[in-house]
Design a protein around this ligand. Structure first.
Ligand code: NAP
Length: 384
């Protein structure tokens, strides 16, 4: 195995001794795939924390490679802060101004060339990067992902990425609930021998917003239009309304719980009929009102039973369900408003009162901060 990894438990920044703080800076080499919303914000946060990382952690995060869909740039000694600032402002379009772009696969195959160097591949793309990540892992890199797709692809890829927790070299906190400590909390429950009975939650801010507008008597089409206008939806709102993203998050939690589920075992309820899949975005938006009456009836039926509709993910007894469900209006899920996320772990120890995490589950600032925190957690293990 290349690279140097130890497995001592995390130490908090503040617990570092004066001698620790005086240790020479250790370089952490970053290879970042994706320079989109999260990727650019991550660059900004790395730059903004330079001094903090130096004085408190004795670490320097050095970007040696950045890649977008067109290719990658590799600078053996690291990109200058000035160039990083440019990328954070202008995004991937500036990448080829900094040097000739190389094929991303080739760049990833350059990692791990020298013993003892800490290199972390940071995946903030929204693509199936499985083979790139597996190559990086074989070459001794650490991995940090906000991209759910590889972990929610085939079970065999998931197993290879997370095998024996890969000596704690792979972290993916932000794949579920963005900056909220969902994966970490769940892992702690599992590591201390707790047994999961049920995980339940609402993992989509977009669908959360739409559901709470339906509670208020707003029509489905208006709620979707509002969510699009507010920037809560993807450019094509069907990417949210199909429930695929929620299904991926639920599948990641189900697999963490030890359920051997394939992608095809989690079929999310789509909030629009299949016939509307082939329409252009404009046609789809124009025809949305044809769904209003159906949703009005569902909301009214739920309300007559003291319930509201929520887009719920549930992991229980080896199964994983993702659907629009009725929940009591005064329950935690029913009380959820707007784009907040919630996840609730009912376990042997948290049986009567499930352990529940609520908060904003999306947005580049909180997501990038979660990614940065994962990078630092890996770096601290290595440095210690
Ligand atoms: N935004 C959030 O609040 C949030 C929260 C939690 C998790 N996430 C996850 O974090 C990831 C990034 O989100 P985002 O909002 O930053 O998305 P985004 O703005 O669409 O950025 C994705 C970036 O990845 C690039 N890319 C696509 N395929 C690539 C490849 N094969 N190699 C290298 N780069 C590639 C894209 O390039 P092009 O633009 O040229 O296609 C784009 O720059 C997604 O997987 C998302 O699900 C996001």
């Amino acid at each position: 195995m290349r690279g140097m990894w130890t497995m001592r438990s995390d130490t908090f920044i503040k617990s570092l001794s004066w001698e620790d703080k005086m240790k020479p800076e250790r370089e952490v080499r970053l290879i970042q795939l994706g320079v989109g919303n999260v990727g650019r914000e991550l660059i900004r946060q790395v730059l903004a924390c330079r001094r903090l990382h130096r004085t408190e952690l004795g670490l320097r995060l050095n970007y040696v490679a950045l890649a977008d869909i067109q290719g990658a740039i590799w600078k053996e000694d690291g990109l200058s802060d000035e160039n990083l600032r440019l990328l954070a402002e202008e995004g991937a379009q500036s990448l080829d101004r900094l040097g000739p772009l190389k094929e991303t696969g080739k760049v990833v195959r350059r990692t791990g060339e020298r013993e003892g160097r800490m290199e972390i591949v940071v995946d903030v793309t929204a693509a199936d990067t499985s083979s790139l990540l597996l190559t990086a892992l074989e070459r001794g890199c650490g991995l940090v992902l906000s991209n759910k797709i590889p972990l929610a692809s085939s079970l065999s890829v998931y197993r290879r990425l997370t095998a024996n927790r890969n000596n704690e070299r792979v972290r993916y906190e932000t794949t579920v609930g963005a900056g909220l400590p969902v994966v970490d909390t769940f892992q702690k429950l599992l590591d201390t021998g707790d047994t999961v009975r049920r995980i339940r939650g609402c993992f989509s801010g977009t669908l959360g917003y739409i559901c709470s507008r339906l509670d208020e008597g707003v029509s489905f089409s208006t709620a979707v239009q509002e969510a699009k206008r507010l920037g809560y939806t993807e450019p094509d709102p069907r990417d949210d309304l199909a429930g695929t993203d929620v299904a991926r998050k639920a599948l990641i939690l189900a697999r963490l719980a030890g359920y051997d589920l394939e992608t095809t075992d989690v079929v999310p309820e789509s909030l629009f009929p299949t016939e509307m899949s082939s329409l252009s975005v404009e046609e789809f938006m124009a025809q949305l009102s044809s769904l209003d009456e159906g949703y009005r009836r569902r909301v009214a039926a739920a309300s007559s039973r003291g319930n509201v509709l929520r887009y719920v993910a549930e992991v229980e007894e080896g199964r994983c369900r993702v659907r629009l469900a009725e929940v009591p209006r005064d329950s935690l899920l029913g009380a959820l408003r707007g784009p907040e996320n919630i996840v609730s772990f009912q376990t042997e120890r948290y049986a009567a009162n499930p352990l529940t995490i609520i908060g904003p589950g999306a947005g580049p600032p909180v997501t990038a901060a979660g990614v940065l925190s994962d990078i630092l957690a890996l770096a601290r293990k290595w440095r210690d």
